[in-house]
Write a protein that binds this ligand. Sequence first.
Ligand code: DC
Length: 222
Amino acid sequence: MDVPSVITIDGPAGAGKSTLGELLARRLGYLYFDTGVMYRALAYAASIAQIDQDDADTLGQLAETTTIEVSPPHVEDGRQYTVLVDGHDATWQIRRPEVEGLVSAVARHPQVRQVLRQRQRQIGQAGRVVMVGRDVGSVVMPDAPLKIFLEASLDERARRRTAEVNAREGHADQQRVRADVARRDALDRHVMQPAPDALIIDCDPLTPEQEVELILAHIRRI
Ligand code: DC
């Protein structure tokens, strides 16, 4: 099987990109890299520095000066990876509602996106990587040989996100999670375009394992 050196997976919040990305990377022996982590890490740094979410120039400078390191988990507490923001372990903080509420606003500024996309590109160019996000196939790595775009209904995404939050925090209100996913859909829409040559997968009827099999079958065919 001739496996593409870069595989991108894009799609809306709660479509299951990170579960699929991690499974696929593990099957292929590839690095798994979630670009959303960088936007979350920056939103976290902005909240600590109390930078206004509309202050594009200061946020752009913050993106340039903030060190974001993503590495294999160094603590066994259910994390997929460890995220250090300026050397501080912020793996769980970047999942907190305060960051969740801020991240789309921070991520919408071109000054921020330009800096983070450049760093993402460097990771992609090293190869043997599954990269997950919103615009990875369309903008960050448009030459990636295999681009995947996940689609899933709002109800299914809210259901999956609720289960995720529940597993992590012990409680989750599905209606609130659904409203939050819908809010983020509206805010993220401007960056979320499937690449013209993306393989579109409707995830509603599929388990993550079935999605992996579907992608591996596609790789064998191409
Ligand atoms: O995938 P996620 O929920 O962790 O993403 C967090 C935020 O970052 C989300 O609001 C969209 C934004 N994002 C983005 O704008 N571009 C990406 N490539 C990845 C995420």
